[in-house]
Write a protein that binds this ligand. Structure first.
Ligand code: HEC
Length: 122
């Protein structure tokens, strides 16, 4: 399993296309803002790449215990961890409350991460 993860985490992700990722992010905007630090059903994702899971202060009272525990256990949203979470949210963090089935295509995942990394502007 870890070998597969290592392959997933390989530099393929560096090749994500932020412009395409902006479109993929349309699947997230009902619950997430990545442009303004405004929380919706989900925490805002401004600067999420590199953030410790479950630690956005403005969302502190709304995170699931599972998400806070994951962060307390050291989960940082680097590209590999975001990719695994988006592929299978419930598999990556059992008990978390993001009601999202996941992104099936690796290139969509890479693109949306590139978008999030690019410090999105409107
Ligand atoms: C139906 C609403 C919904 C959709 C759609 C959704 N999310 Fe979420 N997301 C949430 C919620 C709620 C949480 C907090 C989960 C928890 O605390 O257990 C979350 C958490 C996250 C986190 C962790 C943030 C943190 O501060 O630790 C990331 C990263 C994330 N979502 C990315 C995405 C991306 C990218 C998409 C689109 C591909 C997406 N989400 C789609 C509701 C959603």
């Amino acid at each position: 399993m870890f070998a597969a993860v290592a392959v997933l985490a390989s530099p393929a992700f560096a090749d994500g296309d932020a412009a395409k990722g902006k479109k993929v992010f349309n699947k997230c905007t009902s619950c997430h803002d990545a442009v303004e630090a405004k929380d919706k059903v989900g925490p805002n994702l401004v600067g999420v790449v590199g953030r410790t899971a479950g630690t956005l202060e403005s969302f502190a009272s709304k995170y699931s215990q599972a998400m806070k525990d994951a962060g307390a256990a050291g989960l940082v949203w680097d590209e590999a961890n975001i990719a695994e979470y988006l592929k299978d949210p419930k598999g990556k963090i059992p008990g978390n409350k993001m009601a999202f089935a996941g992104l099936k295509k690796d290139d969509e995942i890479a693109d949306v991460i590139a978008y999030l990394k690019a410090d999105p502007k409107p």
